[in-house]
Design a protein around this ligand. Structure first.
Ligand code: AMP
Length: 973
């Protein structure tokens, strides 16, 4: 209780600071303002209180005084008139202003002199007139002065006394003098009120201040409160509070002491002290006094949305739904993008529906299928579906939900049909022995998961005798590619242990990992059943196979030993000696089984010794990587690794490896060196030395004009030396071109690209000729194009083109001319012109290589010798070949001898296929053919023609135009 009082007082105090209002005084009696005789009663009528009239500042005042200090037993009364009490005023204040004379100022003459007087009250319901009886009065106080008046200076005292409680209709006040010298200057009787007020939208009536009083009020119009509004009126006439507040109705807001309607476009949803709010997004503007704003067409609020929320559109369907098979068995991840229309809602969620479909129909997924984190209320745009069957197709429907999705016209859903799609094929978990005989084993195996119905796997089974055919360092594996998960292996040795491993190949050809190695034993002969004639035949075949295997193993062993011998007994399998004397190249096709050629010419590398680092190119069969190879003798060396892309056929694999069986026969510093191959493991690879600067054509294009002629000639010498070696081995390359020459960090050039199929398939330059073959026309000698006469002499022609490519820094031979135009020009005896700044001797050598009669062309030995000579006397390179279009191929149109000049610059540019420079010429002010004819070399460059090939083409054409037909001749060979 105490505590509550204290709380209330603190509350009142705090509020008083902010809410108190000025009190008002209601005066019941004011002696000074009566302005005339007061009509107060004195007793005794004579010799007691006397009325005195004084003029102060021109105004007339009445005061009462008495000063009978000499006489004893004084009892002088002064009584006011009847003072009406007002209802509610149960206490009144009486303010007295008076003077009292100092008794000592009378010289001590009077012993009965007093310095106080008494104050009385008499309550009555009626005016008793002059009927004055002392006994009816009750004493309120003895009034003593703070200061007494001693001399001329009058000291006025003021004293206020509160009288009450009063209950009668009125009262009289009386002052009793008992021998003092007193002057009553003023008597004011009043009480205080708290004025009527509106506080916190509640109206409170005027209230007489009467101690601390709780006052009840009422809310203003359009406002309400939960209980009656209350406020406190203090004794001082001040309001404190209120304790209960009023709030404006919905649709109304407080403005001063009123509640006013919300303006149009604004709304207030509830009874609250708040102001109206602007209508939220996607709503129609409201009328005055709105409690909410309606949604615009196509926008909605969910039943749980507050009216203050904007309206939103129903979500559209989730987008880009994709299903990704996870590596963990039976799991798919569905992911999607959020809908185009989300309605900007925070309650957007997704649900996923799963149906499993066979060819005929779809039905809900089995209960086993479950979702992580769940099938509904998904806030993220992904979910994982677990425990799917790998042989079933599923349809997943992802639906977007929000508080307003039910209002959308269409179901916001998107579907996808998916099945588990493992990039990694399943694993073989177990190999079973189903049956056995002395010469055969029947095996089957189980997989880590069931493959989907539409996907067929193939299997690679590898097996070998456990004892390694008696040769410790030779392991002969037999590899079988199978379409089903069982096999019957024949031709085995009786009573012998065999080791089997199986690997699953996916439909895309991706190999999975190998199973563990399983050991099975053929039965001893005694166990065999009576052999049928066919088993006997099979036995015989098996016997031959075993003999063959032994022969192959012995051959391999001998080859190894021979190599070790050549290397002086070194165990390094990565030796690179130059085979001398030159032997003849053996076409791997000579071998019935290409694998034999591989085994014969190529070193098998342990795949663990190789690591791939970066893709550096793409060949016909797959990516080419830079990598490293560890070798016991050389440590780690940089290598290029050509890979066979997944999904190859056996034929492709053999073609791929044929390059290695060709390369493996060569050993020359200008022929790319084969380090070895990986054939017996998952991914077949061809490993060669690494050539840091890559393909020659690109290398030169990137350094146009930067490499000195001498160095270019040196590079040509290297290529020629490599080609000499090949031709000495009777190997015809057929696709010699700068793109098939590789450059190492010492700028040594090495001839590469030896696949058997390369000219047919690999080279993008290869073009089908009318005879059906695919030939890189611009690099190929006419007789090879015409009747497929590929010889070292046709390689010489190609070498001439490579010389031109090198001297022209990788420019495309015959520029943009079509293959047909090239063949026509060549047959008409036109040849490529000398590249810019090309030494005359080198250009002469090119022209020799391009002699139509192949027997007249130099051979590679001649070429190497000629280049050697030039390099030995570098001054021989200083004479630059003529840069003359007459020693030129015929450029399209410019050589037309019909005498017609071009009518416009664009027409001329078009004729030489240089229309892309139309604007550049126009901008440079070259608008007539006369202007064109006046152009010098620098002018063409300044116009913006930067590519050397274009530059030359334009320059030649201009020279040709100048010469006109009359002087145009060709360098006929
Ligand atoms: P290829 O299949 O031989 O035409 O090789 C394709 C591309 O791989 C070539 O154009 C080279 O850019 C790159 N490449 C091939 N072999 C090597 C190598 N030994 N060293 C460096 N880059 C190579």
């Amino acid at each position: 209780m105490e505590h509550r009082r204290l709380h209330l007082l603190v509350f009142l105090f705090v509020n008083a600071i902010f809410v108190s209002l000025q009190s008002r005084e209601e005066v019941l009696l004011d002696m000074r303002s009566s302005g005339g005789e007061l009509g107060w009663l004195t007793l005794p009528y004579e010799n007691g209180w006397e009325i005195v009239q004084t003029v102060v500042n021109g105004s007339l005042f009445y005061t009462y005084s008495v000063c009978n200090i000499d006489a004893v037993d004084q009892d002088n009364w002064l009584r006011t008139t009847f003072i009406q009490r007002r209802p509610g005023a149960t206490r009144v204040s009486v303010e007295l202003r008076f003077t009292v004379r100092d008794c000592n100022s009378f010289g001590g003459a009077s012993v009965s002199c007093k310095e106080t007087f008494n104050f009385f009250i008499y309550e009555t319901d009626a005016d008793v007139g002059t009927n004055f009886r002392k006994g009816q009065f009750r004493k309120v106080a003895t009034i003593a002065p703070d200061e007494v008046t001693r001399d001329q200076v009058v000291l006025v005292n003021t004293e206020t006394k509160t009288v009450g409680p009063l209950s009668r209709k009125g009262f009289y006040l009386a002052f009793q003098d008992m021998g003092a010298c007193v002057g009553i200057l003023s008597v004011r009787v009043y009480y205080k009120t708290c004025p009527s007020t509106v506080q916190s939208l509640a109206a409170f009536p005027e209230t007489v201040a009467n101690g601390l009083r709780e006052v009840e009020g009422a809310c203003v119009e359009n406002a309400m409160s939960q209980s009656t509004p209350r406020i406190f009126c203090t004794a001082e006439g001040e309001w404190v509070g209120p304790v209960v507040h009023c709030e404006c109705f919905a649709g109304y807001e407080p403005v001063g002491d009123l509640c006013q309607e919300c303006k149009p476009g604004y709304f207030k949803p509830s009874v609250s002290p708040e102001l109206c709010l602007v209508c939220p997004d996607n709503t129609r503007p409201s009328a005055a006094g709105a409690t909410s704003c309606e949604c615009e067409d196509g926008f909605f609020r969910s039943p749980s949305d507050p009216p203050t929320s904007p309206c939103s559109a129903p979500p559209s369907a989730p987008r880009d739904l994709i299903a990704t098979t996870l590596s963990t068995d039976g799991r798919l991840q569905l992911s999607w993008s959020s809908p185009l229309v989300t309605g900007d809602r925070a309650d957007l969620t997704y649900s996923v529906l799963c149906e499993q479909c066979d060819r005929a129909s779809c039905s809900p997924c089995s209960e086993k299928v479950h979702f992580e984190p769940g099938p509904a209320d998904l806030q993220d745009t992904e979910v994982i579906v677990c425990d799917l069957d790998s042989h079933l197709n599923y349809t997943f429907t992802v639906e977007a939900h929000s508080g307003v999705s039910q209002y959308g016209a269409a179901r916001p859903a998107t579907s996808i049909t998916a099945a588990l799609d493992y990039t990694d094929p399943p694993k073989v978990t177990l190999i079973h022995l189903d049956d056995r005989s002395p010469t055969s084993l029947t095996l089957s195996w189980t997989l880590s998961r069931r493959p989907p119905a539409h996907i067929s796997h193939r299997y690679e089974l590898m097996y070998r005798r456990k004892d390694g055919d008696g040769e410790r360092d030779v392991t002969t594996y037999t590899v079988l590619i199978l379409d089903k998960n069982s096999v019957h292996v024949n031709d085995l040795t009786p009573d012998t242990a065999y080791l089997f491993r199986v690997q699953v190949l996916s439909s895309q050809g991706n190999p999975g990992s190998y199973s563990a190695e399983y050991e099975f034993h053929t039965s001893p002969r005694a166990e065999s059943r009576v052999q049928s004639p066919s088993t006997m035949v099979m036995g015989a075949v098996a016997g031959v196979a075993v003999v063959l295997l032994v022969v192959v193993a012995v051959l391999l062993l001998r080859k190894r030993r021979l190599r070790a011998h050549r290397r002086g007994g070194s165990e390094d399998p990565y030796f690179s000696d130059q085979l001398k004397p030159i032997k003849t190249y053996v076409d791997p096709h000579m071998y019935e089984d290409p694998n034999i050629a591989i085994q014969k010419f190529v070193t098998e590398i342990d795949p663990n010794a190789i690591s791939k680092q970066k893709v550096i190119g793409v060949g016909e069969f797959g990516e080419v990587f830079r990598g490293a190879m560890k070798s016991p003798a050389r440590g780690e060396v940089a290598v290029a690794i050509k890979t066979l892309k997944p999904g190859y056929s056996e034929k492709q694999r053999q073609d791929f490896l044929s390059e290695a069986s060709i390369m493996g026969q060569f050993s020359h510093p200008n022929i790319i060196r084969l380090e070895g191959v990986v054939t017996k493991f998952k991914h077949a690879m061809i490993v060669t030395e690494y050539m840091e600067n890559g393909a020659l054509d690109i290398y030169l294009k990137d350094r146009d004009g930067e490499i000195p002629t001498y160095q270019l000639a040196g590079m040509l010498r290297g290529i020629a030396a490599g080609m000499k070696y090949l031709s000495d081995m009777n190997y015809v390359h057929r696709d010699l071109a700068a793109r098939n020459v590789l450059v190492n960090s010492d700028l040594e050039c090495k001839v590469s690209d030896f696949g058997l199929s390369r000219v047919l398939e690999d080279d993008a330059e290869g073009t089908y000729t009318t005879r059906g073959g695919k030939i890189p026309i611009r690099w190929t000698a006419p007789e090879a194009i015409a009747y497929r006469k590929f010889t070292s002499a046709s390689d010489v022609w190609s070498f001439g083109i490579v010389m031109w490519e090198v001297m022209a820094f990788g420019e495309r031979p015959y520029w943009d001319m079509s293959n047909h135009e090239v063949m026509k020009a060549i047959n008409e005896a036109f040849r490529l012109p000398a590249p810019m700044d090309c030494p005359s001797a080198i250009y002469q050598l090119m022209l020799q290589c391009w002699l139509h009669d192949r027997s007249k062309r130099p051979c590679f030995t001649d070429i190497v010798n000629m280049l050697d000579k030039l390099l030995q006397s570098p001054e021989s390179l200083s004479t630059i070949a003529d840069f003359d279009p007459r020693v030129s191929i015929r450029l399209p149109s410019t050589s037309g001898c019909d005498g017609t000049m071009f009518r416009s610059v664009p027409e001329w540019l078009e004729s030489i296929k240089m229309s892309q420079y139309n604007e550049s010429f126009a901008r440079a002010g070259v608008s007539t053919m006369e202007d064109v004819l006046a152009l010098r070399h620098e002018d063409i460059r300044n116009i913006g023609v930067r590519l050397p090939g274009h530059m030359k083409r334009i320059a030649y054409s201009i020279l040709g135009l100048k010469d006109e037909c009359s002087s145009l001749s060709v360098f006929a060979v």
